[in-house]
Each structure stands twice: as C-alpha cells, then as structure tokens.
Design a protein around this ligand. Sequence first.
Ligand SMILES: NC(=O)c1ccc[n+]([C@@H]2O[C@H](COP(=O)([O-])OP(=O)(O)OC[C@H]3O[C@@H](n4cnc5c(N)ncnc54)[C@H](OP(=O)(O)O)[C@@H]3O)[C@@H](O)[C@H]2O)c1
Length: 240
Amino acid sequence: MIQRALINCTYQHTPIPSLRNMRFLVIGGSGRTGKLVIDNILKRGHQVTALVRNPKSLGEELGLDIVKGTPLNAFDIRNAFSLAVPDVVIVTLSALRATDSPFAAPISPPRMMADSNANVAHIMKEFGVGKIVVLQAYGAGASWENMPCAMRLLMSKSNMTFSYEDHNLAEKEIRDSGLTFVLVRPSRLVETDVIEVREWPKDGKGVGLMGCASRISVANFLVTAALETKWDGTAPVITN
Ligand SMILES: NC(=O)c1ccc[n+]([C@@H]2O[C@H](COP(=O)([O-])OP(=O)(O)OC[C@H]3O[C@@H](n4cnc5c(N)ncnc54)[C@H](OP(=O)(O)O)[C@@H]3O)[C@@H](O)[C@H]2O)c1
C-alpha cells in the first residue's frame, strides 16, 4: 500500500554533498524518534519514503510516501526502493519490550535490528545506495566501557541487555557491509525541546549518569549526519 502524500545545529557544517532535493528512506518511521526524523527531513524540503508495518501510524504529508511492510522481509524493502531509490537510509528501529520498564519482557525477535539492518544493507547494494545512518544507544559497541558502572549494571542485569546485544550485532552487520555508515549513540532519550547537542569524543568517555538527549535533537542530528560527510565511518556519542 502506497500513500502519496533549517535547522539549528551547533556543529560547524561540512559541505552538504548536494543541495538538490534528496530522497530519504526511513526504517522505523512509526516510532517516537522515527516520526521526528520524518518531520525534520520534510521541514528541510527533502522527500521521504517510510517503510512501516502499520501505515495508519503516520499521517499523510506532502513529500512523504508510506510503504507497508517490515525490514525483516527483503521483499518489502525492495518495494520501498522500487517506489523511489533513496539517496540515503536512516534506521530508527528499537527492540521492543512489553513496556518501557528495563525489566519488561522483550517482545521483538532477538536479532530484529541486526537482521533488519543486514536486509536493508543488502538491498542498498542491489540498488547502488551508499550511505546508512543508524540510531543506536550510548553503551553499544565501544562506548560500553565508558558507561558509568551503575548504568552498565542496570543494562546488563535487566532486559535492556537484549537491546544492547541486538545493537552490537547490528553494528557488525553494518560494518561488514562495506557501506558508508554513521552509528549514532545518544544517552537516555527525553521529551524536551532542546536542539543543541554535545558530541563526546573517545566513545562517550565522561558522559555522566544524568546524561540525556531530547528525541528532537537526536532526530536533527541523524538527518544532519545523513546529509553531511563529517561523521561518515564513525559512531558518535551525543547528549544535550
Ligand atoms: N529510550 C531511550 O532512552 C534510548 C536511549 C538511547 C538510544 N535509544 C535507542 O533509540 C532507538 C529508537 O527508540 P524509540 O524509542 O524511538 O523507538 P520506538 O518509539 O519504540 O519505535 C520503535 C520502532 O521500531 C519498529 N519495530 C519494532 N519492532 C519491530 C519489528 N519486529 N519489525 C518491524 N519494526 C519493528 C517499530 O515499528 P511499529 O510501530 O510497527 O511497532 C517502531 O517504528 C532504539 O534503538 C533505542 O535503543 C533509546
């Protein structure tokens, strides 16, 4: 089913590769951060395809094409690419638990993000699309060692560990794909309207227990990282 329907960043901007109208594919666009990513892209005057399980989760908007499907199915991803080949892909999937409690039971398949990213990377190569930006979390990959002890204890002893395992497997899929990537790792997501972000060098060394990032600033960062080359091949840890 297909429906038709500037940004305040504190970084020094590296040149935008192209000023023309670009096409983004968003995977996970029905989620809380994914919806903000779609808004951000449209506000910048670009076009978006969103591959979502439930098209009703997104409203009709000019510049937004909604394709029904799941990134766990390569056929569905291919449908989204066939509608319009994107210039860049942004992934904002989350391994779901029954509630937001860290101890709630996981309800997504164990490799949901890893397999989705692997499928997307495969179809990107098929269509000659070169760049993917993936929303991960502070604590994924090399940033784990830099998390405060209390946070590591919570993440490893609660059901959040499943999400971290999946993020780590997804990182391997993305790095092995040979695509140009940015793995964005914010600390705790909050619903404030702060847009300014701070990037932490050395995989987040020094981020404190209270470090947080507004979803809107993370969405803005993801889109900026997709448009610019500054963060290519890196895994920036960000907070507000
Ligand atoms: N919460 C935090 O404090 C925090 C901190 C740092 C980083 N993060 C990371 O931020 C990311 C996004 O989080 P969020 O809160 O914006 O996510 P969210 O609102 O929970 O949205 C999750 C998205 O993933 C999709 N999804 C989940 N399971 C799926 C499946 N089996 N098949 C297809 N799609 C599936 C959902 O689709 P449906 O709408 O169809 O379910 C939805 O689009 C996560 O990777 C998380 O680890 C979170």
